[in-house]
Design a protein around this ligand. Structure first.
Ligand SMILES: Nc1nc2c(c(=O)[nH]1)N[C@H]1C(S)=C(S)[C@@H](COP(=O)(O)O)O[C@H]1N2
Ligand SMILES: [Mo]
Length: 299
């Protein structure tokens, strides 16, 4: 099970033509990003990355406040060196791994992904990172494991927002194991060829491009392999509005607003809203994970 994607699929099977900029290319800086080179058929003109400024100044990171500009203002207080992740649960080699141990030997690639927040705005972000499956294969997933749980750091001294019970801290998220092992799922350590800014989840965060943004948990300190579906912060706070799966789906509205369209950040105040795509445009790659599931029930 753990090696399924590695063994059964080649990259060509799961990647639409040029949906990503050269998988193996390691971008040293912004100059490497040529917007014209990355437009794939499914995305047309939508893969032009947002500016570094947009991506790092309009954020959700509630540990630092609920305002969009709070993370940029306050996340600098988070100490990101040293950093380690505890990997436990149903793995062969549990332990506390330093950031260097985790990233050493990993192929850090650039992945330009569409990013869709449940609040109906979107961006395109050039992440740098490695596949989560590479990490999980390293620690050895045991046969009974079916889910992966993630936890963000909880540091009241550094996170002014955790004084408020907006969510049940620490921030928690989870994926089904096949979602976690999917080659689109990455652990990101930077963007635009630079180390991850604190407001975007330094030093390491999850990115799952076919799900609403809140699944992409930031500043991860714990990864646990489990047999049972783990609790997740947004689902715990409001199960009616936020399900475990949280796949981008224009046909399933949030109870309080439509998910049919989205506002592209950086497009200007009067920019036309764009239609939201099923699985955020990654339908071809991920639809098979949910075959036979009623996505209005498992939202
Ligand atoms: N720990 C943690 N991770 C988090 C959040 C958060 O509040 N805390 N917000 C989520 C939400 S709602 C979104 S839309 C994205 C925003 O990521 P970005 O700021 O890099 O665009 O982070 C997600 N990850
Ligand atoms: Mo979000």
């Amino acid at each position: 099970m753990a090696n399924r994607w590695k063994n059964d699929l080649t990259w060509d099977d799961v990647t639409p033509e040029k949906a990503f900029l050269n998988r193996r290319q390691i971008i040293a800086g912004m100059a490497g990003v040529a917007a014209g080179a990355i437009a794939g058929p499914a995305f047309a003109d939508k893969l032009e990355p947002n500016s570094y400024e947009d991506i790092t100044s309009y954020n959700n990171f509630y540990e630092f406040g609920t305002g969009k500009d709070d993370p940029k203002r306050y996340a600098g207080a988070l100490t990101t060196k040293p950093w380690s992740i505890e990997i436990d649960g149903m793995v062969d080699r549990p332990g506390t791994y330093s950031f260097d141990q985790i990233t050493s030997g990993m192929t850090i690639e650039e992945r330009i992904y569409r990013f869709r927040c449940v609040e109906a705005w979107s961006m395109v972000v050039p992440w740098n990172g490695f596949e989560l499956s590479d990490l999980l294969n390293r620690v050895g997933v045991q046969s009974g494991a079916r889910y992966v749980a993630f936890e963000t750091a909880y540091r009241p001294d550094e996170m002014r927002g955790v004084a408020f019970p907006v969510l049940d801290w620490p921030y928690r998220e989870g994926l089904r194991l096949d979602e976690a092992m999917h080659p689109l799922t990455i652990m990101a350590t930077g963007l635009y060829g630079r180390p991850m800014p604190n407001q975007n989840g330094a030093p390491i965060r999850l990115v799952v491009p076919w799900k609403y943004g809140f699944k992409s948990i930031k500043s991860i300190v714990r990864i646990t392999l489990t047999a049972d579906q783990p609790p997740t912060s947004w689902n715990m706070s409001n199960a009616r509005e936020y399900g475990f799966y949280s796949n981008v789906n224009p046909e399933v509205d949030h109870p309080r607003w439509s998910q049919a369209t989205e506002r592209r950040i950086g497009g200007g105040l009067f920019a036309k809203r764009q239609p939201t795509l099923m699985f955020n445009g990654y339908e071809r790659e991920v639809a098979s994970l949910y075959r036979g599931m009623d996505l209005t029930k498992f939202y």
